[in-house]
Design a protein around this ligand. Structure first.
Ligand SMILES: Nc1ncnc2c1ncn2[C@@H]1O[C@H](COP(=O)(O)OP(=O)(O)OP(=O)(O)O)[C@@H](O)[C@H]1O
Ligand SMILES: [Mg+2]
Length: 295
């Protein structure tokens, strides 16, 4: 816990507003620790803390991930700190209830001119989730968890995540799968006094055909379901979904995703149905209808 440089694990494939997109590296995190249920609960923290608070003493922070917007650190006492995270993201995490890793505090910085600016978010520490390391015998159960999580976020909390991918899943200490990274999230029912949705980047490998054409438009539940299907394809194949052939524009043909590589009949049909609903290009390979290429 004394070195800011070591153990950075998650490469970022996130393309932010104004950034020059580059071919995405693997977004797969490799957890270097597991949060046990016996880990003491994080301490009580007020709604806001200053960046100078002892809990953020750099000597005690350890990098969990280098991401699009900066770093996510592991802090003492079972907390994690995401730098450069917005007020909007904090509000969305709260709104998502137990579909989100638990937000604890907004971290503020006092500028030289005395202004107070949001600097990041303190949240409960969870275990990063490595979808490609799920054993084949556990894939069915994990698929059900992923589908149920998305359904609950949509139907119970009336929210869209906007950047669904396995790297944005974590295991909570209670064993449940939850989302992190709510920068792109929005409520489907507007809420007074909340910061409006603003384009905060996307992850092109999981981007629906609709968003590929107008990727700065607000994400919908259907866009989330496409991203879920691409994530399930990754769960069953153990491979990153293919990148777009021209990642500089994001628009354009995606390299084919081979549905025949999904060995489970139910999962394959679930994924196929969602891809077809998105009018993604589908081609069958060979005589059997179970083999096919999807955009
Ligand atoms: N509370 C947490 N506890 C443990 N790990 C976390 C927590 N929050 C995030 N992480 C890990 O940090 C990684 C990056 O976090 P997050 O996705 O929020 O950042 P980001 O900048 O939006 O990422 P990207 O731009 O790569 O999508 C996640 O993939 C996850 O593995
Ligand atoms: Mg992320």
């Amino acid at each position: 816990m004394d070195n800011l440089q070591h153990q950075s694990t998650a490469g970022s494939s996130h393309v932010g507003s104004g950034d020059k997109p580059s071919p995405p590296p693997s977004p797969r995190p490799s957890p270097t620790y597991t949060v046990a249920p016996t880990l003491p609960q994080p301490p009580y923290l007020p709604d806001t803390v200053l960046e100078s608070d002892e809990i953020l003493n750099p000597a005690n922070l350890e990098v969990i991930a280098i991401c699009g917007s900066g770093y996510v650190y592991r802090c003492p006492a079972g907390c994690a700190y995401k730098m450069h995270a917005s007020r909007h993201e904090f509000d969305m995490m709260r709104a998502a209830g137990d579909c989100s890793v638990r937000p604890l505090s907004r971290v503020l910085r006092r500028t030289k001119t005395g202004q107070i600016r949001q600097r990041g978010i303190l949240m409960e520490l969870a275990t990063p989730f490595d979808v490609q390391a799920v054993a084949p015998c556990d894939r069915g159960a994990v698929k059900d968890e992923m589908v149920a999580l998305v359904d609950r976020l949509h139907d119970e909390y009336n929210m869209v995540h906007g950047d669904i991918k396995p790297a944005n899943l974590v295991r909570h200490r209670d064993g449940t799968l939850r989302f992190c990274d709510f920068d792109n999230a929005r409520r489907t029912i507007p809420h007074d006094g909340e910061q409006p949705w603003d384009f905060a980047g996307h992850t092109s490998r999981y981007l629906s055909p609709r968003r590929r054409l107008g990727h700065e438009s607000p994400p919908t539940k259907d866009d989330d379901r496409y991203a879920l299907a691409a994530s399930l394809w990754e769960l069953y194949t153990g491979e990153d979904p293919p990148a777009h052939e021209d990642d500089w524009t994001v628009v354009g043909p995606r390299k084919p995703m081979d549905l025949a590589a999904v060995a489970d009949d139910d999962a394959r049909e679930y994924i196929r149905l969602i891809f077809e609903q998105h009018s993604a290009r589908v081609a069958t390979r060979g005589a059997t209808a179970k083999r096919g290429l999807c955009e």
